[in-house]
Write a protein that binds this ligand. Structure first.
Ligand code: NAD
Ligand code: LMR
Length: 334
């Protein structure tokens, strides 16, 4: 019998690849966990020049894992972004400064925003035709907005900012409160901004197929505990660890890629922030967290969910914040 030919490698770029998230991400990307055991992966690892030595160490460790799915590693410094994104099918934008104790994510906007103008331009110039981009570096929605606006030739449905960490946090809170396994929680949408204004929509979430409020039967907890726990979880991790979430953030980035490349089951959705087409009254062009379903290549915003007054107020608040962030970086949007 003929041995079937190996597929050609998927090329994945990771910026900030020697940082905390990058270090947790690279090995799992290389391991075959995301694209499958028969799909080779080539990693383009990108860092700023002072971190290239650390990146050498990451490459050594990747070598030392002897992953059969790792087709190769290309290390590139951030002065050569077009080389870094060359022919990439996925770009994971992690490289940027994380917030410290006492900062809000929005405080990073003028520090990290400028990174994403060059990122957008270089992705447009050099990436593969089918490129999909997931922005993790904060403030991720607005960084994604900046990159997208600097890459006008790339279809807007290729751009994602990460809401999956919030989704996963919310699922676990509902599972723990209800005493049900986390796998029984579905349709957990995070609307809006990856920030303290995000709206973790427990009304449309289900536990074992039943609306979460009917299972949990504790509206006070859902309103006054669940929502702020999820909104402020990033800060809680920073306070506890003295550093921003890394393993869980890398895990969420991989869950996002997996959700994009697989067909979403009919009765499930996943959360990411994507370019609004005006759905749910969100300004066209804003990068906003929505419930999504993928056909395995392209994700669509799930339509027709209805919001009560309480939920609509939450959505309006996070929309207002994203409009303000957009105004703050107007000069970077061309
Ligand atoms: P880190 O400081 O450990 O690593 C960041 C890395 O990026 C560093 O190695 C740095 O050298 C590199 N870098 C900086 N500027 C760069 C550039 N222009 N090009 C390429 N690389 C560059 O930080 P971390 O903990 O890995 O977090 C990275 C980002 O992810 C932060 O902005 C953080 O706030 C964000 N984050 C987002 C989420 C989310 O849910 N969206 C979750 C956790 C963290
Ligand atoms: C998180 O949610 O953990 C990250 O966005 C890091 C942060 O600054 O909160």
């Amino acid at each position: 019998e003929m041995v079937s030919e190996m597929a050609s490698p998927i090329r994945v770029a990771v910026t900030g690849a020697a940082g905390n998230i990058g270090y947790a991400l690279a090995f799992r990307l290389a391991s075959g966990e995301v694209f499958g055991p028969d799909q080779p992966v080539h990693l383009n690892l990108i860092e700023i020049p002072p971190a290239i030595s650390a990146l050498d160490g990451v490459e050594m460790e990747l070598d030392d894992c002897a992953f059969s799915t790792l087709a190769g590693v290309t290390k590139v410094d951030s002065d050569h972004l077009e080389e870094g994104f060359g022919d990439c099918n996925f770009v994971l934008c992690v490289g940027s400064v994380p917030r410290g104790k006492g900062m809000e994510r929005g405080d990073l906007i003028r520090i990290n925003g400028p990174i994403f103008t060059n990122t957008g331009k270089a992705i447009q110039a050099a990436a593969a035709k089918d490129v999909r981009i997931v922005v993790v570096g904060n403030p991720c929605n607005t960084n994604c907005l900046i990159a997208m606006n600097n890459a006008p030739d790339i279809p807007r449905d290729r751009w994602y900012a990460m809401m999956m960490l919030d989704q996963n946090r919310a699922k676990t809170q509902l599972a723990q409160k209800s005493g049900q396994p986390v796998s029984s929680v579905s349709k957990m949408t995070i609307w809006g901004n990856h920030s303290a204004t995000q709206f973790p929509d427990y009304f449309h979430a289900e536990i074992g197929g039943t609306p979460a409020p009917e299972v949990i039967k504790d509206d006070a907890w859902l309103q006054n505990d669940f929502i702020p726990i999820v909104q402020k979880r990033g800060a809680a991790v920073i306070n506890a660890r003295g550093a921003s979430s890394a393993a869980s953030a890398a895990n969420a980035a991989l869950d996002t890629v997996k959700s994009i490349i697989s067909v979403t089951p009919e009765n499930e959705t996943f959360s990411a922030a994507v370019c609004s087409d005006g759905s749910y009254g969100v300004d066209e062009g804003l990068i906003f967290g929505f419930p999504l379903q993928s056909d395995g290549a392209t994700s669509k915003i799930v339509q027709g969910q209805e919001h009560n007054e309480f939920a609509q107020q939450k959505i309006d608040a996070t929309l207002k914040e994203l409009r303000e962030e957009r105004d703050t970086v107007k000069d970077l949007l061309n």
